[in-house]
Write a protein that binds this ligand. Structure first.
Ligand SMILES: [Zn+2]
Ligand SMILES: [Zn+2]
Length: 324
């Protein structure tokens, strides 16, 4: 299947974890954790509409400032989702700067603070010098974000402190049959994005579709779309290797095409992993196997294993692939 989103880690396994997910043909991207992000081009930063923060340890959140700086003149808001205290953390960062010359800037921050029972909201607008505006609180039902094309689910995990794991799912996957397209003598172009949106919105068959100034009926075009299950990727890091966490993660990431998972310690250092609230490579492999994940990408290695990444990878892959 032609993917709908491309995903890649911003840094190496020994550096800050941050996952950049770009929606193809949409000028839109998601960022999971904002550690060091200076390797992202400004054009990539400008595409980020949603930032998902697992927790606010500095290696996962220091990049927020750089992201905000690059978005200050953007019209589109930045939505930020994180665990308990994310609103205070964002407010604290904003209070660290002086904002007397930004009232002309359009940017808005919308913060969603996810805890076991509820989602609290707060807004910070450049026009109001980023003063905090508290919004409504709603019940948390496992979904952090949902729009017509994508759903991001969050699981409440423990890292000694609350920490969120995330999965990103495309509701349905739409491929365009290029031969059907050329049989109708239709060009590839931005109209295909609009057309896919119409499929997701389940528009009526007689709805008009405009292609290069010509009008078509939706039902006359529907055969060019091949609909399959959506793409799914997951991102889990900084989690205690306890049974309760592991089973919550398996539920969250089940069936993912790709799972990004920390492998901070080797299993031989399990005592240390428990003390520091991090997964071992073997736990990462076990999760991927039990959840039927298609591809496991390891990240966030402890610097203590510098030059031993092959051992972390081997341990995880042995568990995941059963020695294959
Ligand atoms: Zn970390
Ligand atoms: Zn941490």
């Amino acid at each position: 299947m032609n993917p709908t989103f491309h995903h890649r880690l911003v840094n190496s396994e020994y550096e800050d974890p941050s996952l950049f997910v770009r929606m193809l043909r949409e000028k839109r991207a998601f960022l999971f954790d904002a550690g060091r992000i200076d390797r992202l081009a400004s054009g990539d930063l400008m595409k980020i509409s949603d930032l998902f923060v697992t927790h606010m340890h500095i290696d996962h959140f220091i990049g927020f400032d750089a992201l905000l700086r690059s978005l200050l003149r953007r019209d589109k808001p930045l939505r930020v989702y994180g665990p308990e205290h994310i609103i205070d953390s964002v407010e604290g960062k904003l209070r660290g700067y002086t904002w007397n010359l930004i009232e002309e800037y359009p940017v808005k921050l919308e913060i969603f603070e996810i805890s076991s029972a509820s989602v609290r909201r707060a807004h910070f607008y450049a026009q109001r010098r980023f003063e905090r505006i508290d919004g409504q609180t709603t019940v948390f039902d496992g979904v952090a974000m949902k729009d017509p094309a994508y759903t991001v689910k969050a699981a409440l995990l423990s890292h000694g402190i609350p920490c969120l794991g995330f999965s990103l799912e495309e509701d349905i996957h739409i491929n365009i049959d290029k031969s059907a397209l050329s049989a109708l003598d239709l060009p590839v172009g931005p109209w295909l994005g609009v057309f896919k949106g119409m499929i997701r919105d389940r528009v009526r068959p007689d709805t008009g579709v405009c292609i290069d100034g010509k009008e078509f009926r939706f039902s006359d075009l529907s055969h060019i779309a091949v609909i399959t299950d959506g793409q799914k990727i997951s991102y889990v890091t900084d989690v205690s290797p306890e049974e309760e966490n592991i089973s919550k993660i398996i539920d969250l990431v089940r069936g993912s095409n790709t799972l990004y998972c920390e492998a901070y310690f080797l299993e031989e250092d399990r005592e240390r992993a428990i003390e520091r609230h991090h997964l071992t490579a073997r736990s990462a492999g076990e999760i991927a196997k039990k959840a039927g994940v298609g591809n496991l990408v390891l990240m966030h290695f402890s610097p203590k294993y510098r030059d031993k990444s092959h051992m972390l990878k081997m341990e995880a892959m042995n568990e995941y692939k059963g020695g294959a």
